[in-house]
Design a protein around this ligand. Sequence first.
Ligand code: SAJ
Length: 416
Amino acid sequence: MKACVVGLGYIGLPTAIVMAQAGIRVHGVDRSADIVDTLLSRGIHVAEPGLQDAMLQAMDKRTLTFSTKPEFADTFIIAVQTPLGPGRSPNLDYVRSAAESIVPCLKPGNLVIVESTVPPNTIERFIIPILGQAKLEIGKQLFVAYSPERVYPGNILSELVGNDRIIGGVDGESSRKALRLYSRFVRGTIHTTDVGTAELVKLMENTYRDINIAFANEMARVAETVGVDVWEAIRLANTHPRVHMLKPGPGVGGHCIAVDPWFIVAGARGQAPLISLARTINDGTPMHIVRFVESIVAGIDEPVVTLLGLSYKGNSDDTRESPSHAIGAALERKGYSLKRFDPYVRSGIMGNMGSASEAAERSDCLVLLTDHDQFRDLDFGQIGDVMRTRLVLDTRNWLDAGQLAKLGFTCYRIGT
Ligand code: SAJ
């Protein structure tokens, strides 16, 4: 069995590696020569625990190869990005060129699986016509399925194997063939369905999370207005057996949850007002944080603000769609001097400084944006000593407010 994985990003590369570990011969393809060169020289461009070691083992066993061009194989997996295009419409350019690139390699009996997140009906209306150029009869000579990735960045290797998987074949035989492939390395339950349902399930999962985060963010503002601590209220609400509220924060980042709900809206012809509203609430949250900061530092002459955390979520170096971009830019537009520190992001990138103390020097207010574990261990005594004014805004309820107060800080938390 040989598989060709097209797209070696944070889904395609781990998938190729896990399949190779399961004894499948895998050829990984990326159109970026830089990425392929990095991998061939045993480096890695995806920061994910354990990934590089697993990749090197597979390369050493010669079950994993890389190049910029697809090769003949039994199965082709498309795992390229689908960003938002202008007007919040899905940009399928990468999926199109990935599908076109495999057409010359397709032979009777091949299976093509799309893992990229796509709008409803993309496989039937967009992918099948492209694959049709191979002149193979779908369901008899060429088999096609959609199987969305569901892994959690930071825990990808274990979730790729352990999570349940959804497979939607364009027909029964396509589903069965895809099931046989994933059964080689998935330990979770594999659920088969039709292709349209599989496409929608993926979008629903991330939209479910987005809507629930929007609810939490809205409740934080309600709590601020009525004078209640939202964190305590959420903790207590979650003691109800059927309530599982998520957490408010500085906004929703990453390239999945902040993007995928728009894929539903784009195809829903006005039937998704709740989804649009949730997106709008979450997209408006960074400006709420900016107003919060303004109110805290009001009265300070030429305030200096320090952002703690630039990545979109804790213990990650990923800054894509991070709320820190919008918050930093808006504060700068308003004339604040800004300093930034994130232990996971390389120095210099986005103005990132070498240490928290350096970023806090002469600062008036720390704004904690990311729930990195390391931030809990910072020496706030030393940090306070170099600050001009000891103010903290915690947007994640992450720091020990009592401890900070003892060190002379005035602490604010969103949602209180
Ligand atoms: N966030 C909150 N409050 C919360 C939870 C998250 O404000 O209670 C924020 C985070 O800080 C972050 C954003 O939401 O900025 C998204 O982070 P996340 O950790 O919820 O999810 P992602 O984007 O890293 O990964 C999601 C996952 N989807 C679900 O949990 C339904 C993952 O399983 C998907 O594979 C991934 O999207 C994807 O690629 O689609």
